[in-house]
Design a protein around this ligand. Structure first.
Ligand code: FES
Ligand code: FES
Length: 405
């Protein structure tokens, strides 16, 4: 049993909990806050969504002990919340609930949409809500209620909502001291927010690949092997793949901020259902020209979710013929933090495979003379579509039809 000090809905608690207890059970069983509903208990339905340090989080796949010193808000904690004061009547007006089981998670996500995406249209609201399932399938009312609140905020802005929107962009430091009594309610004031880092890329330089974590990641099966064929000679492909900025321009969501020799710093933006992240990081490329084999070692951090990733991308070229090359790509990756909740899913592997296939197509285009100029569609645009493509392939597979390539 571990001891946890945690702040829930503005009140401090200190409790003992098994390391395996998830936050949803902790809230319901230990604190009797039963407004947090548990549906699937493996991170899919969104019913258990609560805020952890202001970020929507699946409480069923977050260990309670991992929330030591954190600030949690459940559905019981929004009495005076300006956004909820608009969302609650809007849900009633638009008949946005039937049995109500999904409603606590839906409201938490809806609040996040109202704050984070002020100009969302219906398509965007539906995309943002895609991580919350309603077994009564009452989605239209929920979408209408959120759009209604977004419109209200445009027509008659509420200062408190605007302040909450501004606060979202500020870095936060939560400090919860260990409490001596289980029900002691007073907590120390929050530490003042730190000023934003002057250069997020510079801070990413500290991210180093940890060989132990990589060995564990491999043992856990966080490894993917894929290949793609390029209709150009191996020498030409090898030369191109030594040009890091050119290679990055072929990778969906990647941007390079600086590049010196075999070292590179940059960002990879991903969008996975309702989750989006931008990993700022640093990587080093080691090339073996004779074997035409290279290892790209990198690590990075998403400033919003504080998730960290590190990994090796090993690629080697195989000449299939004088004018055709196979690029073998082996990836080993480790993900820590809130986004790690998705790393168990086979969807992530499918997603990465699609991303690598798209990468191969972009390389073929660039070798064929396309410049990647700004007038051309950016590879990042394809990421959301890729996600749908992956899901569609999965669904076809579940129903016994072969996935489309
Ligand atoms: S209970 Fe379904 S996501 Fe947590
Ligand atoms: S209203 Fe019943 S599950 Fe959504």
């Amino acid at each position: 049993m571990d001891s946890i000090s945690i702040q829930v809905n503005g009140r401090g608690y200190s409790r003992r909990a098994e390391p395996r207890m998830h936050l949803g059970d902790f809230l319901r069983d230990e604190l009797r806050l039963t407004g947090t509903h548990l549906g699937c208990e493996h991170g899919v339905c969104g019913a258990c969504t609560v805020l952890v340090n202001g970020q929507p989080t699946r409480s069923c796949i977050t260990f309670a002990v991992a929330c030591e010193g954190q600030e949690v808000t459940t559905i019981e904690g929004y009495d005076d919340d300006a956004v909820m004061q608009r969302l609650r009547p809007a849900f009633t007006r638009h008949h946005a609930l039937q049995c109500g089981f999904c409603t606590p998670g839906m409201l938490t996500t809806a609040r996040d949409i109202v704050l984070r995406v002020p100009h969302a249209d219906e398509a965007r609201v539906r995309l943002e809500l895609s991580g919350n399932l309603c077994r009564c399938t009452g989605y239209q009312g929920i979408v209408d209620a959120i759009l209604d609140v977004l419109q209200q905020q445009r027509d008659t802005p509420d200062t408190q909502v605007e302040n909450l929107r501004k606060a979202l962009s500020l870095p936060r430091t939560i400090a919860v001291d260990r409490l001596t009594s289980p029900n002691q309610a007073q907590l120390p004031a929050r530490s003042p927010a730190k000023p934003p880092a002057a250069d997020p890329v510079a801070s990413a330089e500290m991210a180093e690949v940890d060989p132990v974590a990589m060995a564990k990641a491999k043992a856990k099966g966080n490894a993917i092997e894929v290949h793609f064929d390029v209709p150009y000679p191996a020498d030409q492909v090898w030369e191109f793949m030594g040009d890091l900025p050119a290679v990055a321009s072929c990778l969906p969501g990647a941007t390079i901020d600086s590049h010196e020799g075999e070292r590179v710093k940059g960002t990879i933006a991903i969008k996975f259902g309702p989750m989006s992240a931008a990993f700022a990081g640093a990587a080093r490329l080691e090339r073996d020209d004779v074997a035409r084999r290279a290892v790209l070692r990198g690590a990075g951090q998403d400033s919003l979710s504080k998730s960290r990733t590190q990994g090796d991308i090993i690629y080697r070229l195989e000449a299939l013929s004088a004018g055709s090359t196979r690029v073998h790509v082996d990836m080993i990756y480790a993900l820590q933090g809130p986004l790690a909740q998705f790393s168990r899913s086979g969807l992530v592997k499918d997603f990465v495979r699609r991303m690598v296939a798209d990468f191969g197509k972009q390389i073929t285009r660039r070798l064929g003379g396309h410049t990647g100029a700004s007038s051309e569609p950016q590879p990042t645009v394809s990421v959301a579509g890729m996600m749908w493509s992956v899901l569609w392939s999965r669904i076809r597979g579940w129903f016994g039809k072969s996935p489309q390539a």
